[in-house]
Write a protein that binds this ligand. Sequence first.
Ligand code: MG
Length: 287
Amino acid sequence: MKLASVTHKGSCRLAVVLDGGERFGLLDPSHTDLIALIETGAVIDAVQDVVDTVARGDIELLAPIPQPRRNIMCVGKNYSEHAKEFARSGYEAGAVAGKDIDDHPALFSKLPSSVIAPDAAIELHPSITQKVDYEAELAVIIGKGGRGISKEDAYAHIWGYTIVNDVTARDLQKNHKQWFLGKSLDTFAPMGPYVVTADEIDPENTTVQCHVNGELRQNANTRDLIFDIPTLIATLSAGITLQPGDIIATGTPAGVGIGLDPPVFLKSGDTIAVTISGIGTLENRCA
Ligand code: MG
């Protein structure tokens, strides 16, 4: 099932996505929060739980989890071609010559305050960065929390999936060594448009694409992840208790702006559309 967080007549509602996003089935107003839904383990019945069906024009999409309670956990350099383009670009602080692929996943987090809705504007922060870049990523949503989750059990802890554009200020990412600042500026985590429950998608065989102003820049399949989803969950949960609603962005494939020759950075008016098969298209425009 695909679900969306929306506003309808000024109220936040959860909705079932119908007819490919042409219509939305509003759930009972008692269901306003996707994290609460995940925590309670409630199973939505797309017929019985819908109290009203409205057209796309009657709602505004929010980020599926508009205010994550915790940082968004992320992994860098998780597709080999992207790891190579990043190493070549000169924007990787502490890069080791001849060693593009890490032995351990490069884990970092983005502040939850960086999350924005589909269609919301990405700010380019020109007073502090001139090198803003896009990163199309499949994002895991944790269902059942826990610590010490084994690779074998990892998929049983996943509630569903969504799309995150891991927007990055490359100059800040390099200058400050830690990636946190360059990844966490306001508006740097567009999320959505929908969440898809885990039963509806094969996360090991999903296409990840990104178009900038209609031009295909990224085009890969999650089968090419260096560290697969069970490995990421096992690594993160080894000493951190994962919680329902936690988000793990799984890394971006080759084709980001710093991978181009010469590098191309986002500018005002650019439109970034991230499409993941089985989920949909997350589109945002640069202010
Ligand atoms: Mg990323």
